[in-house]
Design a protein. Structure first.
Length: 646
Protein backbone atom coordinates (compact mmCIF):
# COMPACT_ATOMS: atom_id res chain seq x y z
CA UNK A 1 0.00 0.00 0.00
CA UNK A 2 1.42 3.35 -0.98
CA UNK A 3 2.16 6.04 1.59
CA UNK A 4 -0.38 8.41 0.01
CA UNK A 5 -3.16 5.81 0.26
CA UNK A 6 -2.37 5.13 3.94
CA UNK A 7 -2.58 8.81 4.76
CA UNK A 8 -5.92 9.04 2.95
CA UNK A 9 -7.38 6.12 4.95
CA UNK A 10 -6.19 7.67 8.25
CA UNK A 11 -7.88 10.95 7.36
CA UNK A 12 -11.14 9.07 6.78
CA UNK A 13 -10.90 7.09 10.04
CA UNK A 14 -10.00 10.03 12.33
CA UNK A 15 -13.40 11.78 12.17
CA UNK A 16 -15.12 8.41 12.65
CA UNK A 17 -13.07 7.65 15.77
CA UNK A 18 -13.73 11.18 17.10
CA UNK A 19 -17.46 10.74 16.45
CA UNK A 20 -17.43 7.37 18.25
CA UNK A 21 -15.66 8.93 21.24
CA UNK A 22 -18.16 11.81 21.36
CA UNK A 23 -21.11 9.43 21.09
CA UNK A 24 -19.77 7.53 24.10
CA UNK A 25 -20.02 10.65 26.27
CA UNK A 26 -23.80 11.05 26.37
CA UNK A 27 -25.98 12.56 29.11
CA UNK A 28 -26.96 9.03 30.10
CA UNK A 29 -23.24 8.23 30.53
CA UNK A 30 -22.84 11.30 32.80
CA UNK A 31 -25.97 10.54 34.82
CA UNK A 32 -25.07 6.90 35.46
CA UNK A 33 -21.31 7.38 35.95
CA UNK A 34 -20.43 5.78 39.29
CA UNK A 35 -17.24 6.85 41.00
CA UNK A 36 -17.04 4.10 43.60
CA UNK A 37 -13.69 4.81 45.22
CA UNK A 38 -12.77 8.28 43.98
CA UNK A 39 -9.37 8.43 42.27
CA UNK A 40 -7.59 11.14 40.21
CA UNK A 41 -7.95 8.98 37.06
CA UNK A 42 -11.73 8.64 37.46
CA UNK A 43 -12.07 12.36 38.07
CA UNK A 44 -9.95 13.03 34.98
CA UNK A 45 -12.11 10.72 32.82
CA UNK A 46 -15.33 12.36 34.07
CA UNK A 47 -13.96 15.86 33.42
CA UNK A 48 -12.82 14.81 29.92
CA UNK A 49 -16.37 13.68 29.10
CA UNK A 50 -17.79 17.06 30.13
CA UNK A 51 -15.16 18.99 28.19
CA UNK A 52 -15.89 16.98 24.99
CA UNK A 53 -19.48 18.16 24.84
CA UNK A 54 -20.51 21.52 26.29
CA UNK A 55 -24.18 20.47 26.17
CA UNK A 56 -23.71 17.82 28.84
CA UNK A 57 -24.91 18.65 32.37
CA UNK A 58 -22.66 17.29 35.09
CA UNK A 59 -20.23 19.89 36.35
CA UNK A 60 -21.96 20.09 39.76
CA UNK A 61 -21.57 16.33 40.07
CA UNK A 62 -17.89 16.63 39.18
CA UNK A 63 -17.34 19.33 41.83
CA UNK A 64 -19.17 17.16 44.41
CA UNK A 65 -16.78 14.25 43.81
CA UNK A 66 -13.76 16.56 43.66
CA UNK A 67 -14.69 18.05 47.06
CA UNK A 68 -15.15 14.62 48.62
CA UNK A 69 -11.82 13.44 47.20
CA UNK A 70 -9.94 16.27 48.96
CA UNK A 71 -12.00 15.72 52.15
CA UNK A 72 -11.65 11.95 52.50
CA UNK A 73 -8.38 11.16 50.71
CA UNK A 74 -6.15 14.23 50.86
CA UNK A 75 -7.54 15.75 54.11
CA UNK A 76 -7.14 19.11 52.38
CA UNK A 77 -9.60 21.43 54.15
CA UNK A 78 -9.23 24.45 51.87
CA UNK A 79 -9.64 22.50 48.60
CA UNK A 80 -12.54 20.46 50.01
CA UNK A 81 -14.39 23.64 51.05
CA UNK A 82 -13.62 25.36 47.72
CA UNK A 83 -15.10 22.56 45.58
CA UNK A 84 -18.00 21.93 47.99
CA UNK A 85 -19.07 25.58 47.71
CA UNK A 86 -18.55 25.46 43.93
CA UNK A 87 -20.79 22.37 43.63
CA UNK A 88 -23.62 23.99 45.58
CA UNK A 89 -23.29 27.39 43.86
CA UNK A 90 -23.02 25.94 40.31
CA UNK A 91 -26.13 23.80 40.75
CA UNK A 92 -28.08 26.72 42.23
CA UNK A 93 -27.16 28.96 39.30
CA UNK A 94 -27.64 26.39 36.51
CA UNK A 95 -30.20 23.91 37.98
CA UNK A 96 -28.44 21.17 36.05
CA UNK A 97 -28.82 18.18 38.40
CA UNK A 98 -31.59 15.66 37.73
CA UNK A 99 -33.18 13.43 40.39
CA UNK A 100 -30.36 10.86 40.33
CA UNK A 101 -27.57 13.43 40.24
CA UNK A 102 -29.12 15.58 43.00
CA UNK A 103 -28.26 12.84 45.48
CA UNK A 104 -24.59 13.80 44.99
CA UNK A 105 -25.23 17.11 46.80
CA UNK A 106 -25.16 15.12 50.03
CA UNK A 107 -21.35 15.16 49.91
CA UNK A 108 -20.71 18.93 49.74
CA UNK A 109 -23.34 19.69 52.40
CA UNK A 110 -21.78 17.08 54.68
CA UNK A 111 -18.34 18.66 54.15
CA UNK A 112 -19.59 22.22 54.71
CA UNK A 113 -21.44 21.16 57.87
CA UNK A 114 -18.45 19.19 59.15
CA UNK A 115 -15.97 22.07 58.91
CA UNK A 116 -18.47 24.64 60.25
CA UNK A 117 -19.04 22.41 63.27
CA UNK A 118 -15.31 21.94 63.88
CA UNK A 119 -14.74 25.69 63.74
CA UNK A 120 -17.49 26.24 66.34
CA UNK A 121 -19.98 27.88 63.98
CA UNK A 122 -22.86 25.60 64.95
CA UNK A 123 -25.70 27.74 63.59
CA UNK A 124 -24.11 27.68 60.15
CA UNK A 125 -23.43 23.95 60.53
CA UNK A 126 -27.12 23.39 61.28
CA UNK A 127 -28.15 25.05 58.01
CA UNK A 128 -25.81 22.86 55.96
CA UNK A 129 -26.65 19.62 57.79
CA UNK A 130 -30.42 20.14 57.67
CA UNK A 131 -30.20 20.67 53.87
CA UNK A 132 -27.94 17.62 53.58
CA UNK A 133 -30.39 15.52 55.58
CA UNK A 134 -33.16 16.56 53.19
CA UNK A 135 -31.15 15.27 50.21
CA UNK A 136 -30.20 12.08 52.10
CA UNK A 137 -33.87 11.34 52.80
CA UNK A 138 -34.73 12.00 49.14
CA UNK A 139 -31.95 9.62 48.11
CA UNK A 140 -33.24 6.95 50.48
CA UNK A 141 -36.71 7.22 48.90
CA UNK A 142 -35.29 7.28 45.35
CA UNK A 143 -33.10 4.20 45.69
CA UNK A 144 -35.43 2.39 48.16
CA UNK A 145 -32.45 2.02 50.46
CA UNK A 146 -31.48 4.07 53.51
CA UNK A 147 -28.61 6.45 52.82
CA UNK A 148 -25.56 5.86 55.02
CA UNK A 149 -25.28 9.63 55.35
CA UNK A 150 -28.70 10.03 56.97
CA UNK A 151 -27.75 8.99 60.55
CA UNK A 152 -24.51 11.01 60.34
CA UNK A 153 -26.46 14.14 59.42
CA UNK A 154 -28.82 13.47 62.34
CA UNK A 155 -25.87 13.06 64.70
CA UNK A 156 -24.21 16.27 63.48
CA UNK A 157 -27.47 18.22 63.79
CA UNK A 158 -27.86 16.89 67.34
CA UNK A 159 -24.24 17.81 68.16
CA UNK A 160 -24.78 21.39 67.01
CA UNK A 161 -28.03 21.76 68.97
CA UNK A 162 -26.24 20.28 72.00
CA UNK A 163 -23.42 22.83 71.72
CA UNK A 164 -25.84 25.75 71.27
CA UNK A 165 -27.76 24.53 74.32
CA UNK A 166 -31.04 23.53 72.65
CA UNK A 167 -31.12 20.25 74.56
CA UNK A 168 -34.64 19.14 73.63
CA UNK A 169 -33.88 19.55 69.92
CA UNK A 170 -30.60 17.66 70.40
CA UNK A 171 -32.37 14.86 72.29
CA UNK A 172 -34.88 14.47 69.45
CA UNK A 173 -32.15 13.93 66.83
CA UNK A 174 -29.97 11.69 69.03
CA UNK A 175 -32.99 9.51 69.82
CA UNK A 176 -33.81 9.21 66.10
CA UNK A 177 -30.65 7.12 65.45
CA UNK A 178 -30.89 4.72 68.41
CA UNK A 179 -32.59 2.04 66.27
CA UNK A 180 -29.95 2.21 63.52
CA UNK A 181 -27.76 -0.78 64.47
CA UNK A 182 -25.24 -0.14 61.68
CA UNK A 183 -24.65 3.43 62.81
CA UNK A 184 -24.73 2.70 66.56
CA UNK A 185 -22.00 0.07 66.14
CA UNK A 186 -19.79 2.87 64.76
CA UNK A 187 -20.83 6.04 66.60
CA UNK A 188 -23.26 4.91 69.29
CA UNK A 189 -20.97 5.57 72.27
CA UNK A 190 -21.22 9.34 71.69
CA UNK A 191 -25.00 9.21 71.18
CA UNK A 192 -25.46 7.43 74.52
CA UNK A 193 -22.94 9.74 76.21
CA UNK A 194 -24.68 12.94 75.09
CA UNK A 195 -28.17 11.60 75.83
CA UNK A 196 -26.90 10.81 79.32
CA UNK A 197 -25.56 14.36 79.70
CA UNK A 198 -28.80 15.94 78.42
CA UNK A 199 -30.86 13.99 80.95
CA UNK A 200 -28.34 14.84 83.68
CA UNK A 201 -28.61 18.57 82.95
CA UNK A 202 -32.43 18.20 83.04
CA UNK A 203 -32.23 16.45 86.45
CA UNK A 204 -33.55 13.16 85.02
CA UNK A 205 -30.99 11.05 86.85
CA UNK A 206 -32.54 7.62 86.22
CA UNK A 207 -32.64 8.24 82.45
CA UNK A 208 -29.12 9.66 82.57
CA UNK A 209 -27.82 6.54 84.33
CA UNK A 210 -29.63 4.31 81.81
CA UNK A 211 -27.92 5.96 78.82
CA UNK A 212 -24.47 6.07 80.41
CA UNK A 213 -24.63 2.37 81.29
CA UNK A 214 -25.83 1.49 77.79
CA UNK A 215 -22.94 3.54 76.43
CA UNK A 216 -20.48 1.64 78.62
CA UNK A 217 -21.85 -1.73 77.44
CA UNK A 218 -21.59 -0.59 73.81
CA UNK A 219 -18.00 0.64 74.27
CA UNK A 220 -16.93 -2.68 75.83
CA UNK A 221 -18.71 -4.65 73.10
CA UNK A 222 -17.92 -2.73 69.90
CA UNK A 223 -14.97 -0.39 70.50
CA UNK A 224 -12.17 -2.52 71.98
CA UNK A 225 -10.06 -2.08 68.86
CA UNK A 226 -10.56 1.71 68.81
CA UNK A 227 -7.47 3.72 69.72
CA UNK A 228 -9.55 5.78 72.18
CA UNK A 229 -11.21 2.78 73.83
CA UNK A 230 -9.75 3.57 77.26
CA UNK A 231 -10.86 7.19 77.01
CA UNK A 232 -14.44 6.24 76.14
CA UNK A 233 -14.54 3.91 79.16
CA UNK A 234 -13.17 6.62 81.43
CA UNK A 235 -15.88 9.05 80.31
CA UNK A 236 -18.61 6.54 81.04
CA UNK A 237 -17.11 5.51 84.43
CA UNK A 238 -16.80 9.14 85.53
CA UNK A 239 -20.30 10.11 84.40
CA UNK A 240 -21.92 7.08 86.02
CA UNK A 241 -20.06 7.90 89.25
CA UNK A 242 -21.25 11.50 89.09
CA UNK A 243 -24.90 10.47 88.63
CA UNK A 244 -24.59 8.17 91.66
CA UNK A 245 -23.05 11.08 93.61
CA UNK A 246 -26.08 13.23 92.75
CA UNK A 247 -28.32 10.36 93.87
CA UNK A 248 -26.46 10.16 97.20
CA UNK A 249 -25.19 6.61 96.57
CA UNK A 250 -21.66 6.93 97.98
CA UNK A 251 -20.61 3.27 97.53
CA UNK A 252 -21.40 3.25 93.80
CA UNK A 253 -19.79 6.68 93.42
CA UNK A 254 -16.53 5.41 94.93
CA UNK A 255 -16.66 2.23 92.82
CA UNK A 256 -16.92 4.05 89.46
CA UNK A 257 -14.54 6.87 90.40
CA UNK A 258 -11.97 4.24 91.43
CA UNK A 259 -12.43 2.58 88.02
CA UNK A 260 -11.45 5.93 86.47
CA UNK A 261 -8.14 5.69 88.37
CA UNK A 262 -7.32 2.45 86.54
CA UNK A 263 -7.43 4.18 83.12
CA UNK A 264 -4.13 5.35 81.70
CA UNK A 265 -3.60 8.94 80.53
CA UNK A 266 -5.48 9.71 77.36
CA UNK A 267 -3.89 10.10 73.96
CA UNK A 268 -4.14 13.61 72.57
CA UNK A 269 -6.48 14.37 69.68
CA UNK A 270 -4.75 15.53 66.50
CA UNK A 271 -7.80 17.59 65.40
CA UNK A 272 -9.39 18.92 68.59
CA UNK A 273 -6.77 19.49 71.33
CA UNK A 274 -9.16 21.13 73.84
CA UNK A 275 -11.38 18.06 73.76
CA UNK A 276 -8.41 16.01 74.97
CA UNK A 277 -7.41 18.56 77.62
CA UNK A 278 -10.82 18.88 79.25
CA UNK A 279 -11.32 15.09 79.12
CA UNK A 280 -8.01 14.59 80.92
CA UNK A 281 -8.98 17.21 83.52
CA UNK A 282 -12.24 15.32 84.20
CA UNK A 283 -10.32 12.04 84.54
CA UNK A 284 -7.82 13.52 87.00
CA UNK A 285 -10.60 15.13 89.06
CA UNK A 286 -12.69 11.96 89.34
CA UNK A 287 -9.59 9.93 90.29
CA UNK A 288 -9.02 12.14 93.38
CA UNK A 289 -12.44 11.50 94.95
CA UNK A 290 -11.56 8.42 96.99
CA UNK A 291 -8.41 10.11 98.39
CA UNK A 292 -10.34 12.93 100.13
CA UNK A 293 -10.84 11.11 103.49
CA UNK A 294 -7.20 9.88 103.49
CA UNK A 295 -5.24 12.89 102.28
CA UNK A 296 -7.37 16.06 101.98
CA UNK A 297 -4.29 18.31 101.75
CA UNK A 298 -2.87 16.30 98.85
CA UNK A 299 -6.22 16.33 97.10
CA UNK A 300 -6.52 20.10 97.48
CA UNK A 301 -3.02 20.54 96.04
CA UNK A 302 -3.84 18.36 93.00
CA UNK A 303 -7.19 20.09 92.48
CA UNK A 304 -5.42 23.46 92.40
CA UNK A 305 -3.03 22.12 89.75
CA UNK A 306 -6.00 20.96 87.65
CA UNK A 307 -7.64 24.35 88.21
CA UNK A 308 -4.48 26.14 87.02
CA UNK A 309 -4.24 23.93 83.91
CA UNK A 310 -7.89 24.67 83.03
CA UNK A 311 -7.16 28.42 83.25
CA UNK A 312 -4.57 27.93 80.49
CA UNK A 313 -7.11 26.34 78.13
CA UNK A 314 -8.71 28.30 75.34
CA UNK A 315 -12.27 27.50 76.46
CA UNK A 316 -15.16 30.02 76.70
CA UNK A 317 -16.14 30.69 80.31
CA UNK A 318 -19.79 29.89 79.55
CA UNK A 319 -18.98 26.54 77.91
CA UNK A 320 -21.19 23.84 79.44
CA UNK A 321 -18.35 21.32 79.89
CA UNK A 322 -16.18 23.99 81.55
CA UNK A 323 -18.92 25.00 84.02
CA UNK A 324 -19.72 21.37 84.80
CA UNK A 325 -16.03 20.59 85.44
CA UNK A 326 -15.50 23.65 87.65
CA UNK A 327 -18.60 22.78 89.69
CA UNK A 328 -17.24 19.26 90.24
CA UNK A 329 -13.86 20.65 91.35
CA UNK A 330 -15.56 23.03 93.80
CA UNK A 331 -17.64 20.15 95.21
CA UNK A 332 -14.48 18.17 95.92
CA UNK A 333 -12.69 21.19 97.40
CA UNK A 334 -15.65 21.80 99.68
CA UNK A 335 -15.60 18.18 100.89
CA UNK A 336 -11.82 18.26 101.40
CA UNK A 337 -11.94 21.43 103.52
CA UNK A 338 -14.80 19.98 105.58
CA UNK A 339 -12.74 16.82 106.13
CA UNK A 340 -9.83 19.01 107.34
CA UNK A 341 -12.16 20.97 109.61
CA UNK A 342 -11.28 24.23 107.88
CA UNK A 343 -14.81 25.62 107.72
CA UNK A 344 -13.72 29.16 106.85
CA UNK A 345 -12.15 27.92 103.59
CA UNK A 346 -15.14 25.64 103.03
CA UNK A 347 -17.40 28.67 103.28
CA UNK A 348 -15.29 30.58 100.72
CA UNK A 349 -15.52 27.63 98.30
CA UNK A 350 -19.29 27.44 98.89
CA UNK A 351 -19.58 31.11 97.89
CA UNK A 352 -17.54 30.47 94.71
CA UNK A 353 -19.67 27.43 93.91
CA UNK A 354 -22.81 29.50 94.41
CA UNK A 355 -21.58 31.99 91.77
CA UNK A 356 -21.01 29.07 89.38
CA UNK A 357 -24.47 27.69 90.11
CA UNK A 358 -25.94 31.12 89.34
CA UNK A 359 -23.99 31.25 86.08
CA UNK A 360 -25.25 27.78 85.14
CA UNK A 361 -28.78 28.78 86.13
CA UNK A 362 -28.60 31.89 83.91
CA UNK A 363 -27.12 29.86 81.05
CA UNK A 364 -29.85 27.21 81.29
CA UNK A 365 -32.54 29.91 81.44
CA UNK A 366 -31.07 31.71 78.41
CA UNK A 367 -30.76 28.46 76.46
CA UNK A 368 -34.29 27.41 77.32
CA UNK A 369 -35.65 30.79 76.28
CA UNK A 370 -33.69 30.55 73.01
CA UNK A 371 -34.95 27.04 72.39
CA UNK A 372 -38.55 28.10 73.03
CA UNK A 373 -38.11 31.02 70.62
CA UNK A 374 -36.53 28.72 67.98
CA UNK A 375 -39.37 26.23 68.39
CA UNK A 376 -41.91 29.02 68.08
CA UNK A 377 -40.26 30.33 64.89
CA UNK A 378 -40.11 26.81 63.46
CA UNK A 379 -43.82 26.27 64.09
CA UNK A 380 -44.57 29.66 62.51
CA UNK A 381 -42.58 28.72 59.42
CA UNK A 382 -44.41 25.40 59.18
CA UNK A 383 -47.74 27.25 59.48
CA UNK A 384 -46.67 29.69 56.74
CA UNK A 385 -45.59 26.82 54.50
CA UNK A 386 -48.93 25.08 55.07
CA UNK A 387 -50.71 28.33 54.31
CA UNK A 388 -48.66 28.83 51.14
CA UNK A 389 -49.30 25.25 50.04
CA UNK A 390 -53.01 25.76 50.62
CA UNK A 391 -52.91 29.01 48.62
CA UNK A 392 -51.08 27.31 45.71
CA UNK A 393 -53.56 24.45 45.72
CA UNK A 394 -56.43 26.91 45.56
CA UNK A 395 -54.89 28.71 42.58
CA UNK A 396 -54.56 25.41 40.68
CA UNK A 397 -58.15 24.55 41.48
CA UNK A 398 -59.38 27.91 40.23
CA UNK A 399 -57.47 27.47 36.94
CA UNK A 400 -58.78 23.97 36.35
CA UNK A 401 -62.38 24.74 37.37
CA UNK A 402 -63.39 27.65 35.15
CA UNK A 403 -67.02 26.48 34.96
CA UNK A 404 -67.67 26.50 38.69
CA UNK A 405 -70.88 28.23 39.73
CA UNK A 406 -71.00 31.56 41.55
CA UNK A 407 -72.34 29.94 44.69
CA UNK A 408 -69.49 27.44 44.65
CA UNK A 409 -66.93 30.22 44.38
CA UNK A 410 -68.51 32.13 47.25
CA UNK A 411 -68.59 28.98 49.38
CA UNK A 412 -64.95 28.23 48.58
CA UNK A 413 -63.88 31.77 49.55
CA UNK A 414 -65.76 31.45 52.84
CA UNK A 415 -64.02 28.15 53.61
CA UNK A 416 -60.65 29.69 52.74
CA UNK A 417 -61.40 32.67 54.97
CA UNK A 418 -62.37 30.35 57.81
CA UNK A 419 -59.14 28.38 57.46
CA UNK A 420 -57.09 31.60 57.37
CA UNK A 421 -58.92 32.86 60.44
CA UNK A 422 -58.18 29.62 62.29
CA UNK A 423 -54.49 29.75 61.30
CA UNK A 424 -54.18 33.35 62.52
CA UNK A 425 -56.05 32.52 65.72
CA UNK A 426 -53.80 29.50 66.33
CA UNK A 427 -50.70 31.65 65.75
CA UNK A 428 -51.94 34.30 68.22
CA UNK A 429 -52.70 31.63 70.81
CA UNK A 430 -49.18 30.22 70.44
CA UNK A 431 -47.72 33.71 70.78
CA UNK A 432 -49.66 34.32 73.99
CA UNK A 433 -48.61 30.92 75.33
CA UNK A 434 -44.90 31.49 74.75
CA UNK A 435 -45.06 35.02 76.15
CA UNK A 436 -46.74 33.64 79.25
CA UNK A 437 -44.21 30.82 79.47
CA UNK A 438 -41.25 33.19 79.25
CA UNK A 439 -42.80 35.58 81.76
CA UNK A 440 -43.35 32.69 84.16
CA UNK A 441 -39.68 31.70 83.98
CA UNK A 442 -38.55 35.27 84.61
CA UNK A 443 -40.85 35.71 87.62
CA UNK A 444 -39.62 32.45 89.11
CA UNK A 445 -36.00 33.52 88.70
CA UNK A 446 -36.65 36.75 90.69
CA UNK A 447 -37.16 34.82 93.93
CA UNK A 448 -34.22 32.49 93.69
CA UNK A 449 -31.20 34.87 94.14
CA UNK A 450 -32.89 36.60 97.09
CA UNK A 451 -33.37 33.30 98.87
CA UNK A 452 -29.73 32.21 98.31
CA UNK A 453 -28.37 35.57 99.53
CA UNK A 454 -30.30 35.37 102.82
CA UNK A 455 -29.21 31.76 103.41
CA UNK A 456 -25.54 32.52 102.76
CA UNK A 457 -25.80 35.52 105.09
CA UNK A 458 -27.05 33.18 107.83
CA UNK A 459 -24.09 30.86 107.24
CA UNK A 460 -21.67 33.78 107.45
CA UNK A 461 -23.16 34.95 110.77
CA UNK A 462 -22.90 31.40 112.08
CA UNK A 463 -19.17 31.32 111.29
CA UNK A 464 -18.70 34.56 113.21
CA UNK A 465 -20.66 33.42 116.29
CA UNK A 466 -20.15 29.65 116.71
CA UNK A 467 -17.75 28.14 114.14
CA UNK A 468 -18.09 24.64 115.63
CA UNK A 469 -21.77 24.59 114.63
CA UNK A 470 -21.05 25.73 111.10
CA UNK A 471 -20.45 22.26 109.61
CA UNK A 472 -24.00 20.89 110.11
CA UNK A 473 -25.41 24.20 108.92
CA UNK A 474 -23.25 24.12 105.78
CA UNK A 475 -24.18 20.50 105.05
CA UNK A 476 -27.85 21.24 105.61
CA UNK A 477 -27.69 24.28 103.36
CA UNK A 478 -25.97 22.22 100.64
CA UNK A 479 -28.85 19.70 100.67
CA UNK A 480 -31.39 22.52 100.70
CA UNK A 481 -29.69 24.35 97.84
CA UNK A 482 -29.67 21.24 95.67
CA UNK A 483 -33.43 20.72 96.09
CA UNK A 484 -34.19 24.40 95.50
CA UNK A 485 -32.02 24.55 92.35
CA UNK A 486 -33.69 21.42 90.99
CA UNK A 487 -37.19 22.68 91.73
CA UNK A 488 -36.59 26.21 90.41
CA UNK A 489 -35.61 24.82 86.98
CA UNK A 490 -38.87 22.87 86.68
CA UNK A 491 -42.14 24.24 85.37
CA UNK A 492 -43.95 22.26 88.10
CA UNK A 493 -42.20 20.60 91.06
CA UNK A 494 -43.18 17.69 93.28
CA UNK A 495 -45.21 18.88 96.28
CA UNK A 496 -43.22 16.45 98.42
CA UNK A 497 -39.90 18.03 97.33
CA UNK A 498 -41.22 21.53 97.96
CA UNK A 499 -42.19 20.49 101.50
CA UNK A 500 -38.75 18.89 101.98
CA UNK A 501 -37.08 22.16 100.95
CA UNK A 502 -39.29 24.15 103.33
CA UNK A 503 -38.54 21.72 106.18
CA UNK A 504 -34.80 22.00 105.52
CA UNK A 505 -35.08 25.78 105.55
CA UNK A 506 -37.18 26.02 108.73
CA UNK A 507 -34.98 23.50 110.53
CA UNK A 508 -31.83 25.46 109.72
CA UNK A 509 -33.33 28.81 110.64
CA UNK A 510 -34.86 27.52 113.89
CA UNK A 511 -31.49 26.20 115.06
CA UNK A 512 -29.09 28.84 113.84
CA UNK A 513 -31.09 32.07 113.43
CA UNK A 514 -34.17 32.94 115.51
CA UNK A 515 -35.58 30.23 117.73
CA UNK A 516 -39.09 29.11 116.82
CA UNK A 517 -41.18 25.95 116.68
CA UNK A 518 -43.09 24.86 113.60
CA UNK A 519 -45.71 22.30 112.62
CA UNK A 520 -47.11 21.01 109.32
CA UNK A 521 -50.58 19.47 108.96
CA UNK A 522 -52.27 17.86 105.95
CA UNK A 523 -55.91 17.16 105.13
CA UNK A 524 -57.25 14.90 102.37
CA UNK A 525 -53.80 14.10 100.92
CA UNK A 526 -52.98 10.54 99.81
CA UNK A 527 -49.67 10.83 97.95
CA UNK A 528 -47.55 14.01 98.26
CA UNK A 529 -45.20 12.91 95.46
CA UNK A 530 -48.05 12.58 92.94
CA UNK A 531 -48.99 16.24 93.25
CA UNK A 532 -47.13 18.89 91.20
CA UNK A 533 -47.24 22.59 92.13
CA UNK A 534 -45.45 25.79 90.98
CA UNK A 535 -42.05 25.89 92.75
CA UNK A 536 -40.84 28.59 95.16
CA UNK A 537 -44.29 29.98 96.01
CA UNK A 538 -44.29 29.25 99.75
CA UNK A 539 -40.65 29.84 100.71
CA UNK A 540 -40.59 33.69 100.45
CA UNK A 541 -43.68 33.95 102.68
CA UNK A 542 -42.20 31.62 105.32
CA UNK A 543 -38.91 33.51 105.10
CA UNK A 544 -40.77 36.78 105.67
CA UNK A 545 -42.43 35.40 108.81
CA UNK A 546 -39.07 34.32 110.26
CA UNK A 547 -36.97 37.33 109.26
CA UNK A 548 -39.45 40.15 109.87
CA UNK A 549 -42.16 38.65 112.08
CA UNK A 550 -40.23 36.87 114.85
CA UNK A 551 -38.23 38.53 117.64
CA UNK A 552 -35.26 37.11 119.53
CA UNK A 553 -35.98 35.66 122.97
CA UNK A 554 -39.69 35.14 122.38
CA UNK A 555 -41.73 31.97 122.04
CA UNK A 556 -42.20 32.11 118.28
CA UNK A 557 -44.48 29.65 116.49
CA UNK A 558 -45.14 28.94 112.82
CA UNK A 559 -48.01 26.71 111.64
CA UNK A 560 -48.49 25.38 108.12
CA UNK A 561 -51.75 23.76 107.06
CA UNK A 562 -52.45 22.15 103.64
CA UNK A 563 -55.86 20.98 102.46
CA UNK A 564 -56.44 19.21 99.14
CA UNK A 565 -59.41 20.55 97.16
CA UNK A 566 -59.28 17.83 94.52
CA UNK A 567 -62.51 18.76 92.71
CA UNK A 568 -61.36 22.37 92.32
CA UNK A 569 -57.78 21.36 91.40
CA UNK A 570 -56.48 23.59 94.21
CA UNK A 571 -54.48 23.22 97.42
CA UNK A 572 -55.52 25.55 100.25
CA UNK A 573 -52.40 26.56 102.14
CA UNK A 574 -52.44 28.54 105.40
CA UNK A 575 -49.26 30.02 106.93
CA UNK A 576 -49.89 31.35 110.43
CA UNK A 577 -47.33 32.94 112.77
CA UNK A 578 -47.61 34.52 116.23
CA UNK A 579 -44.96 37.18 115.64
CA UNK A 580 -45.38 40.88 115.18
CA UNK A 581 -48.13 41.86 112.79
CA UNK A 582 -47.88 43.79 109.56
CA UNK A 583 -47.99 47.20 111.27
CA UNK A 584 -45.37 48.59 113.71
CA UNK A 585 -45.31 47.34 117.29
CA UNK A 586 -46.14 50.88 118.44
CA UNK A 587 -49.24 50.84 116.27
CA UNK A 588 -47.98 53.18 113.54
CA UNK A 589 -49.14 52.33 110.07
CA UNK A 590 -45.96 53.33 108.25
CA UNK A 591 -44.47 50.72 105.95
CA UNK A 592 -42.36 48.45 108.15
CA UNK A 593 -39.70 46.14 106.66
CA UNK A 594 -42.17 43.30 106.98
CA UNK A 595 -44.94 45.20 105.27
CA UNK A 596 -42.66 46.29 102.42
CA UNK A 597 -41.29 42.77 101.96
CA UNK A 598 -44.77 41.25 102.03
CA UNK A 599 -45.90 43.78 99.44
CA UNK A 600 -43.13 42.74 96.99
CA UNK A 601 -43.62 39.00 97.63
CA UNK A 602 -47.39 39.34 97.35
CA UNK A 603 -47.09 41.17 94.00
CA UNK A 604 -44.78 38.52 92.48
CA UNK A 605 -46.82 35.61 93.82
CA UNK A 606 -50.08 37.12 92.53
CA UNK A 607 -48.55 37.45 89.05
CA UNK A 608 -47.32 33.86 89.14
CA UNK A 609 -50.68 32.55 90.34
CA UNK A 610 -52.47 34.45 87.57
CA UNK A 611 -50.26 32.77 84.96
CA UNK A 612 -50.72 29.29 86.43
CA UNK A 613 -54.45 29.82 86.78
CA UNK A 614 -54.65 30.37 83.02
CA UNK A 615 -52.31 27.47 82.23
CA UNK A 616 -54.03 24.97 84.56
CA UNK A 617 -57.51 26.41 83.94
CA UNK A 618 -58.50 26.99 87.55
CA UNK A 619 -58.92 29.94 89.92
CA UNK A 620 -56.31 30.78 92.55
CA UNK A 621 -55.79 33.60 95.01
CA UNK A 622 -53.62 34.86 97.87
CA UNK A 623 -54.61 36.88 100.93
CA UNK A 624 -52.50 38.33 103.76
CA UNK A 625 -54.22 39.41 106.99
CA UNK A 626 -52.94 40.57 110.36
CA UNK A 627 -54.23 38.45 113.27
CA UNK A 628 -56.55 39.96 115.83
CA UNK A 629 -54.78 42.40 118.10
CA UNK A 630 -51.71 42.47 115.85
CA UNK A 631 -50.56 39.07 117.22
CA UNK A 632 -49.02 37.66 114.09
CA UNK A 633 -50.04 37.25 110.48
CA UNK A 634 -52.05 34.70 108.47
CA UNK A 635 -51.33 34.11 104.81
CA UNK A 636 -53.73 32.00 102.74
CA UNK A 637 -52.92 30.74 99.26
CA UNK A 638 -55.06 28.71 96.89
CA UNK A 639 -52.44 26.98 94.76
CA UNK A 640 -53.33 25.26 91.43
CA UNK A 641 -51.81 21.81 90.91
CA UNK A 642 -51.49 18.90 88.53
CA UNK A 643 -51.87 15.33 89.68
CA UNK A 644 -51.52 11.80 88.32
CA UNK A 645 -53.80 10.43 91.04
CA UNK A 646 -56.69 8.27 89.88
Amino acid sequence: MSKALSSFILLLLFPMSLLAQQSKYTQAYIDTFRMGQITPNKLKEFKKALENNDRLKGWSKYYCHKAYYFFSTENNRDSALYFANKAVTFNREHSEMGPYQINELIKPYFILGWYSRLSGNHKEALQYNIKGLKYAIQGSELYKKKSTYEPYFRRDIADSYYKIGYLNFAKKYYTSVLDDDWFMAREGWRVYHNLGMINFFNNKLDSSLYHFKNGLLLVEDKFKSDEFYEEYKSWMYGNIGTVYREMGNNDSTLHYYNLVKTIRTFKSYHRIPNRYKISEAFRQTYALYSDIPLDPNGVLLELQKINDSIDQMDIPLDDRAYLYLMTTIHDMKLEAYQTKGDYKKAFDVALQKNLLEKQIHRKVLTENLGELEAKFQLENKEAEISKLALSNTNKELRLSQQRITTYGIVGFVMVLGGITFLLIRQKNMKTRYYQTHLEQRLLRSQLHPHFIFNSLNSIYNQFLKTPEKAKPYLLGFSSLLRIVLENSLQELASFKKEIEAIQYYMNLESKFSKEFSYSIEYKDFTDLDAVLIPPMLLQPLIENAIKHGFDYGKKNELKLFFEMKFGEQLIRCTINDNGRGISNRDGAQNKTPRKASLSVSNDIIRKRLQIYSKTLKTKSKVSIEENEGGKGTTVELWIPFKSNLA
